[in-house]
Each structure stands twice: as structure tokens, then as C-alpha cells.
Design a protein around this ligand. Structure first.
Ligand code: PLP
Length: 451
């Protein structure tokens, strides 16, 4: 494709280095410029409309162009566009949001620290846990256990927790404080004939063996997304979380739930922790907290951890961690309004209703010759493609066919996501059941074109 000289496309290629993009391919094909969005749709600069069945990056819960969020941002911008929260400073929306998050989150999470992104929040988790263990005289207790296929972001510590080669290859990562255990992907990693429960038993035993091998006195925390998102939309096998938590409790290992994608209704419950019976010591949220109208993330943690941290600040004189944007008044004001909309419009119940429709409509694709597995919970789902259904053989190179399907879907006015051989769906939580049917019909056309 030839890019017109001085066009926006050509200037993008010249000046803008994109995240998660093959730079040489970008030079050849140029960017897709999205100009505006409304409800579940976005529109490109050629005037083409797409259903955004990924809610941007798993995040625009209330849909695009929600006027109440625009007004909330404008109101806060004109009153107090910015102030920091260092050294005892506070602002009203940050206080109200911290209180609201504690009220709405699972029991046992009593305090909140704000960051700008999920990655920073997970780096903050690592630092909070290290600081906490240093403070309680356990300086050797520093290691984290994470899962292969997990996604926790891309800053140095977060990318080390992440269990995806693409985030580590070329970056000299992961750092050695992390050990990765088997991805709880039943379709791919269970033994022939192994039930979900037996698979969960095996993974819990593997986790316990890893903790014992490292030495429980050196293992600080276990981190996981309740339902894995960016690794391919992977609901855990039945009983996984209760077994994993029991192992962690036995060895004084903190449980960290990364709800950056799952949180605020995605699975049809307010948090995925409710769905899976997880009682985390720390929980990370972002994305749907503001429907991504503003960058914002938060770490919630227990009072026991707070007490340890607070004592240590007293001993050291200060807590030497925080971002210029921590507790940003505009971001937190937008979050408050966004959470009010989710409540008032019953969007968690809608995610359960429209999500049931999505799962039901996608399920029959499991019979398709190109499909290995269909899976998901609520309004997050995936269709995993296979080169050979009987042997579950992957495509070579991985992702080739999924990417082709993703491009065909775009031609049919549907934005999904290709993750290796898997097609992911995560539409805005405002989507109706009828609109879900349109999503699935367009996907079916794209799959048909892919045969
Ligand atoms: N944790 C999870 C579960 C995520 O899905 C993501 C991003 O997709 C992150 C953390 C990182 O968030 P951010 O991209 O805001 O740094």
C-alpha cells in the first residue's frame, strides 16, 4: 500500500512508534485511524463503522461517547484539573473513589493505592509486598509465583510476572524474583482424559512443590488473573482457585488477584473473585474502572498489610513510592461517574444476560472443523482455532489463520482480537442480546471466508 505523502497515515509511520506492533509491517501497511466512537461502535477515517467487540482493549464498559463521563471530566477539569496526593495532600474524588472501591470490593480489602496503569499497579504490588515483608522482619520473603500465559503488564516487574514470551523476548526478562507455573488451560495442558478437578489437583500440587522447592520462607506471593485474558481468555478449571488458595494459606503466601480485565462486571459478577470464591490479600483493578476514558488503576489490600506498611513508614520516615498521577482528580471523578452508570443501568446484570447469549451463540462453533475449543464466562469469550481438530495441532506459524480471520472480520465491520490461534471477544457491557447476535453473525461470515 502506498501512503499518500503528508497524509496522517504517512506522518504516523514517520513519527509514531506503536506499542505491540511490527514496525516494519507498519511502514508497509500504515495505521488504521479511528476517528470517533458511539455506543458499541467505532468509525474509521474512511467513514466505515465497526462493532468494537473488544471494547477497545477489554475496557470501554459503558460504550463510547458516554456524555455523563465527558461532563464529569469537564466539571472536574474546570474545578481542579490536577493535584497530587503526595505528603498528605488529597482531593475529593480520590477520597470518594477509594471509599467506594473498598465498599464494593470483596471482603478483606480495606485500603487503596492509585496508579495510572495496570502495569504500574502490578509493579506497585511487588513493591508493597517487598516493603511489607521487609517491615515485618522477613526480608528473605520476596519471590513471586505467577503463571505461564498470565498477563500483568509490561513495566519491568509486571512484565516479569507476565508469562508470555512476547513480553520478555528481546527485553532480558523476566527478572529472577518470579517463578512461573503451568498455565491452567484445560484444553491444552490437561492430560488425556484428565477431568477439570483432577487437573486443578495437579496444578495445586505443582504450586505446592514449587513453593517447597524455593523454600516457603522465600516465597512472598502468588499472582493470577481469576480468568486469564490476554493469554487467550482462559477460565480456570473447576476447583482451581479454592485449591490454589489453600496451598498459599498453608505457606503464608499472599494471594494477589489481578482483576484488570475481569473487574467491574465482565464475568456477570461485580468482580471475578466472587465468581470463583477468591479472597485475595491484594487486588488490582483498572480498565473498566473508568471505561478507559481516563488512565487509572488501583491496588486494593488488606488491613493486615496496611498495618505492616504503615508501621514501616514510621520506621523509615516515609513511603518512598507514588506517581505524579496517583489519585488524579479527573481520572477518579470519571471513575466515580462510570461506576455510578454501571450501577444505575444494571450493567453487571446486563453482562450476565448478554454474556449468556454470547456463550450460547458461540458454543455451536465448537463443531466447526477449524475450531478446537469455545470458552468464556459472561461477556468475555474465545474461539481457539486449530490446524487439526483431532490432534489439537496448532497452526504453523502460530496465529496465521487467526490473523486472517481477524482481517476478514474487520471487512465485515467487526473488531475482535487475534491472540495467537485464538479469537477473543470482550464487547462493551452495554451490548444487547440482539447486538450479540450481530457480532456472532459477522464472526460466522469471517470464519466462512477463512475456510
Ligand atoms: N493486568 C492485566 C490482567 C491486564 O490485562 C493488563 C492489560 O491488558 C494489565 C495488567 C496491564 O495494564 P496496562 O496496559 O494498563 O499497563
Amino acid at each position: 500500500m502506498t501512503l499518500l505523502p503528508n497524509s496522517l497515515q504517512a506522518r504516523d509511520v514517520a513519527y509514531h512508534f506503536h506499542p505491540y506492533t511490527n514496525a516494519r509491517r507498519h511502514e508497509r501497511v500504515g495505521p488504521m485511524i479511528i476517528e470517533r466512537g458511539e455506543g458499541i461502535h467505532v468509525y474509521d477515517d474512511q467513514g466505515r463503522a465497526y462493532i468494537e467487540a473488544m471494547a477497545g482493549l477489554w475496557s470501554v464498559g459503558v460504550g463510547f461517547a458516554e456524555p455523563r463521563l465527558v461532563e464529569a471530566a469537564a466539571r472536574q477539569m474546570s474545578r481542579l484539573p490536577y493535584y497530587h496526593t503526595f505528603t498528605h495532600k488529597a482531593n475529593e474524588p480520590a477520597i470518594l473513589l477509594a471509599e467506594k472501591l473498598v465498599q464494593m470490593s470483596p471482603d478483606g480489602l480495606d485500603h487503596v493505592f492509585f496508579t495510572n496503569s495496570g502495569s504500574e499497579a502490578n509493579d506497585t504490588v511487588v513493591k508493597l509486598v517487598w516493603y511489607y515483608n521487609n517491615g515485618r522482619g522477613r526480608p528473605e520473603k520476596k519471590k513471586f509465583i505467577a503463571r505461564q500465559g498470565g498477563y500483568h503488564g509490561i513495566t519491568i516487574a509486571a512484565a516479569s510476572l507476565t508469562g508470555l514470551p512476547t513480553n520478555q523476548r528481546g527485553f532480558d526478562l523476566p527478572l529472577p524474583f518470579v517463578r512461573h507455573v503451568t498455565c491452567p488451560h484445560h484444553y491444552r495442558n490437561a492430560l488425556p482424559g484428565e477431568t477439570e478437578e483432577a487437573f486443578a489437583d495437579r496444578l495445586a500440587a505443582e504450586l505446592e512443590a514449587a513453593i517447597l522447592e524455593e523454600g516457603p520462607e522465600t516465597v512472598a506471593a502468588f499472582i493470577g488473573e481469576p480468568l486469564m485474558g490476554a493469554g487467550g481468555v482462559l477460565p480456570p478449571p473447576r476447583t482451581y482457585w479454592e485449591k490454589v488458595q489453600a496451598v498459599c494459606r498453608r505457606h503464608d503466601v499472599l494471594v494477589v488477584a489481578d482483576e484488570v480485565i475481569n473487574g467491574f462486571g465482565r464475568l456477570g459478577t461485580l468482580f471475578a473473585c466472587e465468581h470463583y470464591g477468591i479472597r485475595p490479600d491484594l487486588m488490582v483493578v483498572s480498565k473498566q474502572i473508568t471505561s478507559s476514558y481516563q488512565p487509572l488503576a488501583a491496588v486494593l489490600f488488606s488491613d493486615a498489610i496496611y498495618q505492616g506498611l504503615a508501621d514501616h513508614t514510621e520506621a523509615l520516615g516515609n513511603f518512598g513510592h507514588g506517581f505524579t498521577g496517583s489519585g488524579h482528580p479527573v481520572a477518579t471523578a470519571v471513575a466515580l461517574e462510570n461506576l455510578a452508570i454501571i450501577e444505575e443501568r444494571g450493567l453487571v446484570a446486563n453482562a450476565a444476560r448478554s454474556g449468556a447469549r454470547l456463550q450460547e451463540r458461540l458454543a455451536p462453533f465448537a463443531d466447526h472443523p477449524l475450531v478446537g475449543e469455545v470458552r468464556g464466562v459472561g461477556l468475555i469469550a474465545a474461539v481457539e482455532l486449530v490446524a487439526d481438530k483431532a490432534t489439537k495441532r496448532k497452526f504453523d506459524p502460530p496465529g496465521r489463520v487467526a490473523f486472517h480471520l481477524f482481517e476478514r472480520a474487520q471487512e465485515h465491520g467487526l473488531i475482535v482480537r487475534a491472540i495467537q490461534d485464538t479469537i477473543a471477544f470482550c464487547p462493551p457491557m452495554i451490548i444487547t442480546e440482539d447486538e450479540v447476535d450481530v457480532v456472532v453473525a459477522r464472526f460466522a461470515q469471517a470464519l466462512e471466508d477463512t475456510r
